[in-house]
Design a protein. Structure first.
Length: 344
């Protein structure tokens, strides 16, 4: 009887803007020919993360190696979306040697780990490890977004929010399930702040879990892949605020994709995004925009009031250059204020 080894899967979780996609892209770029597949999940109807990953231009970073699960939370659509997508990867003539699963910033990892017990996939895949990516500067500031006062006011005014602190619960659930914690953006922290953030993260961990500091998600794939956790068989060691995920309600959050006119300069656009991020309840802004006179596509990412941008690749012939930015925020955030700011 031939025993076929299970294909290892790594779940990359973390709050909005922590740097999950940048980390996954770094792993792809340094995979040294290893056959990887990526399942990426995000809110909204603009495939930012898939397009960002597929722009690598390196071996193993092709369009067909990346499967996108948009418009919903992967932990809430396991039967309808995740399991079929995973089965399609496993059914390929050349199945991947390792699968990376990037969740949305609002997903709970434990229900996803539980999905690996489904009979259709249990004998074929295993959760090699759950990696939680943490935004170091945000935690150092005592929040998971840049304006906790605005979030508190939004939460108090919205009767649909039934958690005392939904952002903190999501963040903590991600840590409670982790086999490895990546403390990202460590270069933006002084030594004292870095030590304080590490101590806070470690206080949430229910067992001994390694914490690795990174800049821009740059981590050796050998550290990330091959943890051998078999997390689906270790669920009791991964407590959660939300039990089996039955009361996990994303009605606390909403997303919208807004059109953005071409920017005169990258700095001009960054200023508009920074202004938009000041609207109460805004958590994350990301997307692609055209800059006048430039042949390259501009990537824009905003976490709270921190905005970064860079050109990632040339526009392709015939490709639509209509700029759109995905904005994620607490339910009822001021979309009119955001749209006005982006319009300049």
């Amino acid at each position: 009887m031939t025993i076929v080894a299970k294909i290892p899967c790594t779940i990359v979780t973390g709050f909005l803007g922590a740097g999950k996609t940048t980390l996954v892209r770094h792993v792809i770029e340094h995979a040294k020919g290893r056959r990887l597949a990526i399942l990426v999940n995000e809110f909204g109807d603009v495939g930012f993360d898939k397009s960002f990953l597929a722009a690598c231009g390196v071996e193993g970073c092709t369009e067909d190696a990346i499967v996108e699960l948009p418009n919903g939370c992967i932990c809430c659509t396991v039967a309808d979306d995740f399991v079929p997508a995973l089965e399609s990867l496993l059914g390929r003539a050349e199945p991947p040697e390792h699968i990376l699963i990037e969740t949305s910033g609002l997903a709970l990892p434990k229900p996803l780990v539980q999905a690996f017990q489904w009979p259709a996939i249990r004998s074929r895949v295993t959760v090699d490890g759950v990696v939680a990516v943490v935004d170091g500067p945000a935690v150092a500031a005592g929040a998971f977004a840049e304006d906790p006062a605005a979030l508190a006011a939004q939460r108090a005014a919205d009767s649909a929010v039934d958690h005392d602190n939904p952002l903190e619960e999501v963040f903590e659930d991600q840590l409670l399930c982790a086999d490895l914690v990546v403390l990202n953006k460590s270069d933006m922290l002084g030594s004292e702040a870095r030590a304080r953030v590490r101590a806070e993260v470690e206080a949430h961990l229910p067992r001994a879990v390694k914490v690795v500091e990174t800049e821009n998600g740059a981590i050796d794939p050998l550290v990330l892949l091959g943890l051998g956790a078999a997390a689906e068989d270790d669920l009791d060691a991964r407590p959660s605020h939300h039990g089996d995920g039955e009361d996990h309600d994303h009605d606390d959050f909403e997303t919208v994709a807004l059109p953005v006119r071409p920017a005169v300069t990258a700095g001009d656009l960054a200023a508009r995004v920074e202004k938009a991020a000041e609207a109460a309840g805004v958590l994350r802004i990301k997307g692609f925009v055209e800059v006048e006179g430039k042949a390259m596509r501009l990537v824009v990412q905003g976490v709270g009031r921190r905005v970064t941008h860079h050109f990632d690749r040339p526009w392709r012939p015939g490709e639509s250059r209509d700029g759109r930015l995905v904005v994620i925020g607490l339910k009822g955030f001021d979309q009119d204020a955001v749209a006005t700011a982006l319009a300049g």
